[in-house]
Design a protein around this ligand. Sequence first.
Ligand code: SAM
Length: 360
Amino acid sequence: MSTNSRPDRSFQATAFDGFVQGLKGVWREDLYAKVVEEARATGANGVPDLESAMAGSPQYAVYAWLERFTQQMSLLGRWGMYQELEPQMDKLSAQLDEAAQQHPERLNLDPDLPLPAYLTEAEIHQYSGGLWESDMGGYALEGRTEKSSFSLLEPDKPLAWYAEYIRDNFAPSRIFDLGCARARGTRAMKRAMPDVEIHGCDLCGPVLRLAHLRNLEENLAITLWQRNAEDTGFDAADFDLVTSHWLIHEMPPAAVRKMIAEGWRLLKPGGTFAMYDMYVTPGGVIGEWLHAGYAARNNEPFAYPVAKMDLKAELETVGFVDAQVALSGLQATPEAVRGELPDCRIHYMSVITGRKPAES
Ligand SMILES: C[S@@+](CC[C@H](N)C(=O)[O-])C[C@H]1O[C@@H](n2cnc3c(N)ncnc32)[C@H](O)[C@@H]1O
């Protein structure tokens, strides 16, 4: 494969990225601390009450503005990802076409797969055109999330931690990663478990094309499928671990329920279903309010309803046993374990697991 398959980024755009990261730092630390202090002083005890009590706060207005618009700045506008990527797309798409010729058995696309409205209508994360429409969405996602994430300043760390957690606790031999997008989490699992057979699926063909290119570049044999996690079409009882990273917060609760039922169907008896996502929001009503606000401002309409689901009960309803919800060990600071707010604005990641009984 070509060794220079990353999009070019001009000096000015790189400098602008630094400026946006600086703004995010002010938002994440200073403004967050001030907003939390003010929110505590209101004494409000419900999310709507807290939102009304904070409505007149200039600091909250700036916090909320930066939360929404630093994301937009990194994508849209003069130095955003889209502006820089557009003139390069012919070359980048040709590169994806070339990659698709190599190990074609590992890239199984279905251009006729029906896409649910929750994917196509929300412009999740403010990605104009989303990840399903063209190759550009995948590159924009890659360019933005490689720099930083809301969960940790080093975005690959949680995925590496999770891959090792899966390996050390469940020792799977055949894994299905639902909603794999550009296969960042899937590759982390393959690196941690090189001998394990790993499949990934996503609704969006273009982002799977980019995943395939990156898999080839790392020489990681991962098989990708354009399928719906709610109904994959795979045989029943064919995997011993079915997982998702950063998927469920992008699905409406009814779709999450269907995906859990599909996970049950796909698993062999004794297999594990595991979801890794932002779910638990430590910090009581303030933590919940910050999460609800984030979800609204970053166009993630299902992140708050999913955080309100009782996922342990959902797993048990389907038949899973030993259902557990835990904070990611990587981030389980003493404050988080005590249920307190973190000292800067991050999303805590949760690991939600259940086992299909051996006798089922
Ligand atoms: C935040 S990304 C996932 C990130 C990825 N797992 C990783 O580790 O980098 C969410 C992905 O879920 C996909 N998705 C949403 N609903 C889906 C569904 N019902 N079935 C399969 N993929 C879905 C979207 O197309 C998107 O690519």
